[in-house]
Structures are given as structure tokens and as C-alpha cells.
Design a protein around this ligand. Structure first.
Ligand code: PLP
Length: 393
């Protein structure tokens, strides 16, 4: 069984590149070049240097002593919250901006929902001195004013998507339209392990530094590279892909993917794609996706903006289908409680996305000798208002 992409761009039955013909040259250029570019010693050197000096890698693997005592198991937190800009997303945008430069692109476009990927993209465009246009739904622009301000301060142009529900999927459509009209000079930075091949694989590779570091860090403290469990929340799937990557074929390492159940899986306000989704095509790849019987995409819901996505990346659909990963869904309430708990037991305020991964300990029991690594994908500064409203702080 392979858990990596094959030469045709598939993970089992999922993946591929379902794109309009007009986009074919852009995606094909990337497909033909991405592995070659990533293998160049100069590329590797620049990527590693920036991850170290700019992002602040390696991020610590922290033994959470009080959390471990509470749940009677050994819990390690992989501290992506300490990355520059506050989450793992920067690992991918650094990789893609270097890729864009190698492909002689001068203009960058991106889509964003809550604005986190927009900020990560605007950041690396400033770093590289490239023009940056971020498409964002008009509704999201109103809801996420601080991130809009950050993008502007970083020199990006934020263009509102005015069609449809004026949220993430409409922003994505606008970005694709832009790319079709600007095939020569523009690179489209996608923000998760989603999209047409080669994006899911490219993003997973840029994020794979997370499990690469985990291996040697765990070896130092536990005397073994492999934990018993790796746990990550899944929106599109990029932090999970990075945390799993070097463990995919090590089948004694159990993988846990945590999805947002929202107000409850069957309430109609959920983003638990593995339970509610069926095979379909979204953003250029065949994957599991929440849809009506006639194939219309269902609006997802989660209290966390980063998990509020109606699909999962094709790698994760395959991990679900093959049962390589166990999928658990966590409600808004469970996540918020777990976020408060980590804050008070360890002094770390997590992003609400991450709080979903932390919430599994209430129901799922581990052995005292189990080593459980959790991808602490981001910090909670951006979510302070949501925590304040929820807990009436
Ligand atoms: C965006 C985001 C996620 C969800 O995205 P993935 O691609 O599934 O990782 C999770 N955690 C944080 C902190 C995020 O910002």
C-alpha cells in the first residue's frame, strides 16, 4: 500500500487534476518542474536557511508535563505555534515563493478565507519583493478586519470576491480566473494540501519538515524516532500532512486526524467531511466532499475559520478510505474547552483549529507508556475575541 502520490497524481482513487483546459499550461509547468526544482541543492539550501533564520525552525518538541499527568500518557507538542506569523502555514508559503522565483514568476496570487493563508502569502511576497494579490470573499473581509489590515501593511492588494456566498470558495474561483488570464508571469500559492496535482504533494513536501524534525527530536528524548500516535487537526490537511509525512509508511505509528464537528455532526452545521462527505471534485481534485444529492457543495460550519472547509485534501481522503488514519470529530464546545485547558495547564493559548486536536483526550484513552505527538499547528492570538465571547472573559 502506498500513501504517497503516484506518477499520475493520485492517492488511491483520489487526487488528479480536474481543471479547465485554459489552466492546463500553468498546472503542467508546475507539475513538470516542482520535483526537479525542489531537488536542486541551491533551492534546498535557501529553503532550509529561511526556515531556520526567518521562520525560526526547528520548532521545539515540548513534553507537556501537566497535560500528560492529567490524561496519564506521554504527550509531546510540536510547536508550530512558534513559527513566524504564528502557524505552520509559513512553511508552505516560503517553499512556494522560492518555487515561483525559480519559475521566473513576478506576480503572486492567493485565496484566503479567514485571512491566515493570505497573511502568510503576503509575508513571503514582502520577503521576496514580489507583487501580491489576495482574493477574499467580501463577507470574510468584513469578518476578518485585522488580517486584512495585516495583508495591506505587508504590501498586498486584497481583492474582494463579490459572487456567490462571498466566502472562501468564491475567492478561490476568482483566483483561478486570474490565473487563467495571467498564465506567464503569475504563480498561484494554494494554502493547504488541496487543489489539482501537483499541489497536494508539493504542499505536503514543504510541510514535511515537521515530521522530519519530530523524528530526531523524539529520538533524543525517548530513544526512538517513532511515537505511538501522531495527532493533527484537518482543515484541508496541510499541518496533518506535514506531521504524518515521514511516518506514512511506518505503520506501527498510528495516525489520528481530527475534524470539526461544529455544533454536532448531524446538526447541519458541521465540517466533518469524513463522515458527511462523498466522492466529488472540488478545487481541481477528486476527494471526499460535503455535497447535496445532486452534487452541490454544502456550506460547512465550524467555530474555527481554518477548519471550515467542505472537503479534505486527496491524501487525507485516501488515509481515511484505507483506514491508515483514524478520523475523529470534535464539536465547537469540546474544542473550546480543550483550548482553555491547554492555556491553564501549560501556559500555551492554542489556535482554535489546534484546540480540536487537543480535545480527543476526553474520549480516547491512551496507555501510560504511549508517546503521543500532537501538531500544535498555531497560536491563539488571532482567536482571542472568539475565546473572549465564548467564555465571557
Ligand atoms: C489554517 C490552519 C489549519 C487548517 O489547515 P490545514 O491545511 O488543515 O493544516 C490548522 N491550524 C491552524 C493554526 C491554521 O491556521
Amino acid at each position: 500500500m502506498s500513501y504517497h502520490v503516484n506518477e499520475k497524481g493520485y492517492y488511491g482513487q483520489f487526487g488528479g487534476a480536474f481543471i479547465p483546459e485554459m489552466l492546463y499550461p500553468n498546472v503542467e509547468e508546475l507539475r513538470l518542474n516542482y520535483l526537479k526544482v525542489m531537488a536542486e541543492p541551491d533551492f534546498k539550501k535557501e529553503f532550509d536557511q529561511l526556515l531556520k533564520d526567518y521562520v525560526g525552525r526547528p520548532t521545539p518538541l515540548y513534553f507537556a508535563k501537566r497535560l500528560s499527568a492529567k490524561y496519564n500518557t506521554k504527550i509531546y507538542l510540536k510547536r508550530e505555534d512558534l513559527c513566524h506569523t504564528g502557524a505552520h502555514k509559513i512553511n508552505n508559503t516560503i517553499g512556494q515563493i522560492l518555487m515561483a522565483k525559480r519559475l521566473k514568476k513576478t506576480r503572486i496570487i492567493a485565496e484566503t478565507g479567514a485571512g491566515q493563508h493570505g497573511v502568510a502569502t503576503a509575508t513571503v511576497c514582502a520577503l521576496a519583493g514580489l507583487e501580491c494579490i489576495v482574493y477574499m470573499g467580501e463577507i470574510d473581509i468584513a469578518r476578518q478586519a485585522p488580517n486584512v489590515a495585516r495583508m495591506k501593511m505587508l504590501g498586498a492588494e486584497v481583492r474582494p470576491a463579490l459572487s456567490g456566498s462571498r466566502t472562501l470558495k468564491d475567492a478561490t474561483n476568482e483566483a483561478i480566473r486570474d490565473w487563467i488570464n495571467n498564465p506567464v508571469d503569475t504563480h498561484y500559492i494554494i494554502g493547504s494540501a488541496v487543489g489539482p496535482h501537483p499541489y497536494p504533494d508539493m504542499v505536503a513536501r514543504f510541510q514535511s519538515v515537521v515530521s522530519e524534525e519530530t523524528k530526531w527530536q523524539l529520538k533524543k528524548v525517548e530513544g526512538r524516532e517513532n511515537p505511538d500516535y501522531v495527532v493533527a487537526c484537518v482543515g484541508g490537511g496541510s499541518n496533518a500532512a506535514g506531521a504524518y509525512y515521514h511516518y506514512l509508511n511506518e505503520t506501527e505509528v498510528k495516525l489520528i486526524a481530527v475534524e470539526a464537528a461544529g455544533k454536532g455532526i448531524y446538526t447541519g452545521e458541521s465540517a466533518a467531511t469524513s463522515v458527511l462527505g462523498k466522492e466529488g471534485v472540488i478545487h481541481g481534485s477528486k476527494t471526499l466532499l460535503m455535497q447535496t444529492n445532486d452534487g452541490q457543495i454544502t456550506e460547512p460550519y465550524s467555530i474555527s475559520a481554518g477548519l471550515d472547509y467542505p472537503g479534505v485534501g486527496p491524501m487525507h481522503a485516501h488515509l481515511y478510505e484505507t483506514k491508515r488514519a483514524e478520523f475523529i470529530s470534535v464539536t465547537d464546545d469540546e474544542a473550546m474547552t480543550a483550548g482553555l485547558e491547554l492555556s491553564q495547564l501549560e501556559g500555551i493559548i492554542p489556535a482554535i483549529e489546534t484546540s480540536h486536536a487537543l480535545a480527543i483526550f476526553e474520549d480516547k484513552k491512551f496507555k501510560p507508556e504511549d508517546v503521543v505527538v500532537i501538531s500544535l499547528s498555531g497560536r491563539g492570538d488571532k482567536d482571542l475575541n472568539t475565546y473572549i465571547d465564548y467564555f465571557k472573559l
